[in-house]
Design a protein around this ligand. Structure first.
Ligand SMILES: *[C@@H]1O[C@H](CO)[C@@H](O)[C@H](O)[C@H]1NC(C)=O
Ligand SMILES: *[C@@H]1O[C@H](CO)[C@@H](O)[C@H](O)[C@H]1NC(C)=O
Ligand SMILES: *[C@@H]1O[C@H](CO)[C@@H](O)[C@H](O)[C@H]1NC(C)=O
Ligand SMILES: *[C@@H]1O[C@H](CO)[C@@H](O)[C@H](O)[C@H]1NC(C)=O
Ligand SMILES: *[C@@H]1O[C@H](CO)[C@@H](O)[C@H](O)[C@H]1NC(C)=O
Ligand SMILES: *[C@@H]1O[C@H](CO)[C@@H](O)[C@H](O)[C@H]1NC(C)=O
Ligand SMILES: *[C@@H]1O[C@H](CO)[C@@H](O)[C@H](O)[C@H]1NC(C)=O
Ligand SMILES: *[C@@H]1O[C@H](CO)[C@@H](O)[C@H](O)[C@H]1NC(C)=O
Ligand SMILES: *[C@@H]1O[C@H](CO)[C@@H](O)[C@H](O)[C@H]1NC(C)=O
Length: 508
């Protein structure tokens, strides 16, 4: 009886242990980034050249390797690979026995900053490979939050390092500072994984040009949490995020934008177009700000510039905007408070045609009396057969210009254009400032939308209309009949006889 109970108890316990073990192992599988609790073990492997490569799992210090090797083997070890390990402390001091050791490979492991070696006879580690390694959790990603955050003296503890490979790691705060003391380092290679796209990362491109850094095309940018601001704050706007886009592409845009930025402007690559359907496009958003810059003409902007701000300058000619290729990707341009008095209709229409997106152009507070309304209106009207895209229409800021209300070749269609601005953007405040010039003052005339075109621009009547001609003919006929009648009366009185035409008429 007792024996049965004991046996049952043992069976139940075994079952619980097995289930717990299963739960434990599946938990580990789910959470790759978590610290892995494998039983530590190391396996030395000898190759033909009599060298030994050790592969370890689940160790917590490099010195742990010692326990798995015979004393005579130690000096023949050239490579140590650790898998799923958790290093709180890294130092070469405990590797002094490995006199031939030159390569350390860390795989799916948490690593830490290397401590400066205190001993003199540490091995000369020439190659370090970090594959899927991390030291912190500062990524904004539902899939993975583990990342490799660089600190200034991170690798000082491996003084002879020549090649550093970061494979599939998500690297943040990787400043040039971390490598400043690395005179021995010949190659820094980054493949897969990602790099935090902080603006200060431009040094990577410079070092690439010098051949000291290699970055793969498939290494992406990611958005790290801003550590300084308490962890939850985004470093970059998510709407125009860099996240998930190739690092090299973004840094290339940054470099190009910086190189071509006019001196009086500030130029910023904001990110990439974010699309709600999950698709991301490779169109960067690049803002060019040249406010109060004393410009008298449109400056050359960096390629792919999308939003231009030229508010408060003295620009008179905007034709370059329509002609010059560097403006091809512009989606918005603010030209408020300039001296524009002319817009070329053909060039503007040519510019609007075939654009893959809308255009916002603000001409508020300029010196415009008229616009090429005929050409512009075609972009709002359903005009079949013109081949003009109906999806993309310009939104034009028209306020505070001295519009010429005595020009009836312009005014009715201009009013229509003003209406279209309303229907598309439903902002009636836009109308308040779109007024007729009165005596050179663009602020106090009547609002364009309130004008009665019927009376203001009624066409002059033509000299003779059809009805007038008919009236004339009828009048002449009447006079003829009257004359005929009077003549008949006269004939009758004089000869007492009707004229022959009356007598011949068969009726009477
Ligand atoms: C990041 O991952 C670790 C380990 O899985 C987890 O403990 C932590 O809560 C995660 N942090 C965030 C902010 O997701
Ligand atoms: C790391 O481990 C994975 C599989 O566990 C393997 O495919 C990969 O090659 C390893 N990386 C290195 C650098 O050895
Ligand atoms: C980032 O790196 C710089 C220079 O290496 C260092 O001064 C700074 O403290 C680091 N920032 C963080 C949050 O670790
Ligand atoms: C470089 O090394 C020198 C001397 O070891 C040290 O004083 C200095 O702080 C180091 N610089 C960095 C950026 O680690
Ligand atoms: C990366 O992209 C550049 C430019 O698009 C190309 O020239 C280069 O061959 C690519 N490199 C790889 C490894 O795909
Ligand atoms: C433009 O200049 C005016 C007057 O000089 C100033 O009041 C206004 O703030 C300026 N606008 C911008 C955007 O700088
Ligand atoms: C940007 O301009 C290039 C040519 O300069 C063109 O190929 C590309 O389609 C444009 N992109 C957009 C979004 O307009
Ligand atoms: C505005 O344009 C007129 C000609 O249309 C010109 O005479 C005048 O000087 C211009 N005013 C400014 C401030 O540029
Ligand atoms: C306004 O238009 C009329 C008619 O076209 C023209 O005679 C007049 O010169 C224009 N006024 C200005 C200030 O452009």
């Amino acid at each position: 009886m007792y024996l049965k109970l004991v046996l049952e108890f043992i069976a139940a316990s075994a079952f619980i242990i097995v289930v717990e073990g299963y739960i434990e192992s599946s938990r580990i599988k789910e959470d790759v980034a978590d610290v892995v609790v494998n039983l530590p073990k190391c396996e030395p492997q000898e190759n033909d050249a009599n060298e030994i490569q050790v592969t370890c799992q689940g160790i917590v210090a490099l010195g742990d390797v010692l326990g798995y090797l015979k004393e005579e083997q130690r000096s023949r070890v050239t490579v140590i690979t650790t898998l799923k390990s958790d290093f709180r402390d890294l130092s070469l001091d405990r590797l002094t026995h490995f006199t031939s050791l030159h390569t350390l490979i860390f795989n799916q492991s948490r690593i830490s900053t290397w401590n400066l070696p205190k001993l003199r006879n540490v091995p000369k580690i020439k190659v370090v490979i970090l594959d899927d390694c991390w030291n912190t959790y500062n990524l904004l990603s539902p899939v993975r939050n583990a990342s490799l955050h660089f600190t200034p003296r991170m690798f000082d503890g491996i003084p002879a390092l020549e090649e550093l490979y970061l494979v599939n790691c998500y690297v943040s705060n990787m400043t040039a500072e971390s490598f400043r003391n690395f005179t021995s380092l010949k190659t820094l290679s980054i493949s897969k994984g990602g790099i935090g796209c902080e603006p200060q990362m431009e040094w990577v491109l410079d070092w690439m040009a010098e051949g000291r850094v290699i970055v793969d095309n498939d290494t992406i940018c990611f958005v790290p949490k801003n550590l300084k601001e308490g962890g939850g704050v985004l470093v970059m706007s998510m709407f125009y995020s860099f996240s998930g886009h190739p690092f090299l592409l973004i840094m290339g845009h940054r470099k190009e934008t910086k190189k071509h930025c006019p001196k009086v402007c500030t130029c910023v690559v904001q990110g990439f177009n974010y699309k709600r359907n999950g698709q991301s496009r490779n169109d960067p958003i690049i803002n060019i700000d040249c406010i109060n810059a004393g410009l008298t003409e449109l400056p050359e902007v960096p390629p792919h510039s999308t939003r231009l701000n030229f508010v408060n300058n003295s620009i008179t000619d905007i034709s370059p905007l329509f002609v010059n290729k560097v403006y091809r990707n512009v989606t918005s341009v603010r030209l408020d408070n300039n001296r524009i008095s002319h817009v070329d209709g053909d060039l503007f229409a040519e510019f609007l045609k075939d654009r893959p997106h809308d255009l916002f152009i603000s001409l508020t507070n300029n010196n415009l009396t008229t616009l090429p309304v005929k050409q512009i209106l075609r972009f709002y009207k359903d005009d079949e057969g013109t081949g003009i895209s109906k999806r993309f229409k310009p939104h034009i800021g028209l306020g505070s210009n001295p519009w010429n209300c005595s020009n009836c070749a312009f005014l009715p269609e201009f009013q229509e254009l003003v209406y279209f601005q309303y229907y598309k953007w439903e902002n009636s405040r836009l109308f308040d400032d779109i007024r007729c010039a009165t005596g050179g003052d663009s602020q106090n005339g009547p609002m364009i939308i309130t004008l009665d075109m019927q009376s203001m621009c009624a066409p002059d009547p033509p000299l003779l209309e059809a009805i007038d001609i008919l009236n004339l003919v009828l009048g002449i006929l009447m006079i003829f009949f009257l004359a005929n009648f009077i003549y008949n009366i006269y004939q009758y009185k004089k000869h007492s006889k009707l004229p022959w035409i009356v007598t011949k008429t068969p009726c009477c």
